[in-house]
Design a protein around this ligand. Structure first.
Ligand code: PSZ
Length: 498
């Protein structure tokens, strides 16, 4: 059977031409037409640079070196001149693709220069325009019911400080006052209770919330993140393991979710009895690093209700899901509730890290949640521009549309190659599909890369899609055709992968 999506190919120039260098409105006016591969990846130049950097740093995780000057829109150019359709975007962190004209313009705007040159210690000496800067950027897309935001540097730093905010809130509640006893102030200096209380955060198996010490205690996706690092005795609940497509397995999935919720409640009770009460529950709306594991709105609403019932804060980690990839600013908006969380953390596509929070989660004193930079206003300036482009070009609708095309194509491919692909799933362009095992998945990823498409793995055997918000339907077709070619090659061989 001929693969139907092939007919949707955008007419394109197969050479290495790009359309225009001028700064224009939409990404298709300035980006390249298609991938263009000159060497296997990594090529000789990347290998040479890896050797050079290896004299200075650990390079074991480096894939290849990039030429960011030449990269445009959805296409990343490497140091050997290979041009790849980038569906991974620096681990889901490039909202508008590479070298977007709107961001180039923001950088060269003389009014912005001082924000780029003078990085302030925001917690003590913010620039005059900081309230406006926050209002125009982060607050303009604040989740429902949240009018406060705390900026931070990276995702881990955001979660780490959000945990502290939850602990402070919890202790003030327990104590019934914001004033600590002399016993608390002296014991905290030597890491002892009651000043350093035995509180806990409940997280889910398969979660990823960062690699700093507190966050790592709530991260349970891969051994390599955890090994040899001391951790806290905090409760870990099972995250639902659902069958996809979700619409077809409603009853089984609901049972699985009920099992996990029951376990959450048991753990909260158990940890209270152990003397380590759960101050907060943290969850991703879609477990990303752990394998793109979805759960229903019903699951999350019930989880929030459990948190409320037991007096725990509810923290939604949108570091990877936030910023538009699911077709809404925030993935949790798909739950359809007006009271989604007490804390929502972000980073990646939001360019600055940080967290939104309800007013009661703000500590009563300065310096309780604090560090030198507390974010970077120049990143918020860029974010304002990103949000302008998203609104002007209706990119959330575009993401919904191109995501549907991508997912439909993945459904077709998994029915055509059931021995290689299964469990296609996604929301917007935040999609994934499973290979039979990790070895096949990794081989597929390398083969696809040599054909000019960059993708990532997640979980045990999943391939994940994390394109920029400027990923259009024709990019989806471009990818699906390349993927089909790679899979067809496998089909014609004698059952072994290349
Ligand atoms: O291997 C790593 O350290 C990776 S690979 C992808 C991530 C980290 N994602 C970061 C992340 C995240 O996906 C979620 C849901 N929460 C927190 C984080 C931590 O963000 P960073 O990496 O900025 O500290």
């Amino acid at each position: 059977m001929a693969f139907s999506i092939r007919i949707f190919w955008k007419p394109m120039d197969l050479g290495c031409r790009y359309v225009s260098k001028t700064a224009t409105k939409t990404v298709s006016d300035f980006e390249y037409d298609a991938p263009c591969m000159k060497t296997p990846v990594p090529g000789p130049r990347s290998k040479e640079l890896t050797k050079q950097l290896g004299e200075i740093q650990n390079v074991a995780a480096i894939n290849f070196f990039c030429n960011y000057e030449e990269s445009r829109g959805n296409y990343l150019v490497d140091a050997d001149g290979n041009r790849m359709l980038d569906l991974y975007t620096q681990i889901s962190s490039i909202p508008l693709g590479y070298n977007h004209p709107a961001l180039m313009k923001a950088l060269t705007n003389p009014n912005n220069l001082s924000a780029f040159v003078n990085r302030p210690a925001l917690g003590i000496l913010p620039p005059e325009n900081f309230p406006d800067n926050l209002t125009e950027s982060l607050l303009s897309i604040a989740p429902a019911g949240m009018s406060r935001v705390q900026t931070m540097a990276c995702g881990s730093c955001s979660n780490e400080n959000a945990f502290k905010a939850m602990f402070i809130w919890y202790r003030n509640k327990e104590r019934g006052t914001n004033s600590p006893s002399p016993e608390e102030t002296s014991s905290c200096m030597i890491n002892q209770s009651p000043g350093c209380p035995d509180l806990s955060i409940l997280s889910f198996m398969g979660a990823f919330h960062g690699r700093t010490m507190g966050c790592l205690a709530t991260t349970h996706s891969k051994v390599i993140h955890k090994l040899d690092i001391p951790s806290f005795d905090w409760p870990i609940a099972p995250f639902p393991k659902l069958k996809y497509p979700l619409e077809e397995f409603v009853r089984e999935n609901a049972q699985e979710e009920a099992r996990c919720l029951e376990e959450v409640e048991d753990l909260i009770v158990k940890w209270r009895q152990k003397g380590k009460p759960v101050a907060g529950i943290i969850t991703e709306p879609i477990q990303a690093e752990g394998g793109d594991n979805h759960a229903s709105s019903d699951f999350f609403i019930k989880l929030h209700n459990i948190a409320r019932k037991h007096g725990c804060a509810f923290h939604v980690d949108e570091v990877q899901t936030g910023g538009g990839a699911t077709g809404k600013w925030w993935a949790h908006e798909h739950w359809g509730t007006n009271d989604p969380a007490d804390i929502v953390s972000f980073s990646k596509k939001m360019l600055s890290g940080g967290y939104y929070h309800k007013a009661e989660l703000q500590p009563d004193k300065g310096y309780r949640i604090f560090n030198t930079w507390m974010g970077d206003p120049s990143k918020n300036l860029f974010l304002s521009e990103v949000l302008n482009v998203i609104r002007r070009e209706n990119l959330l609708e575009e993401v919904t549309r191109s995501g549907k095309t991508l997912l439909q194509g993945l459904y077709e491919l998994q029915s055509q190659y059931p021995h290689l692909l299964s469990q296609a799933r996604g929301q917007g362009t935040f999609c994934a599909i499973d290979a039979p095992d990790d070895v096949t998945r990794d081989k597929l990823l390398l083969k696809i890369r040599d054909k000019g498409v960059l993708l990532g793995g997640c979980g045990e055997k999943s391939i994940r899609f994390r394109p920029a918000l400027v990923f259009k339907e024709y990019h989806a077709h471009q990818f699906l055709n390349i993927f089909n070619d790679v899979l067809a090659k496998y089909k014609s061989s004698s059952g072994r992968l290349w």
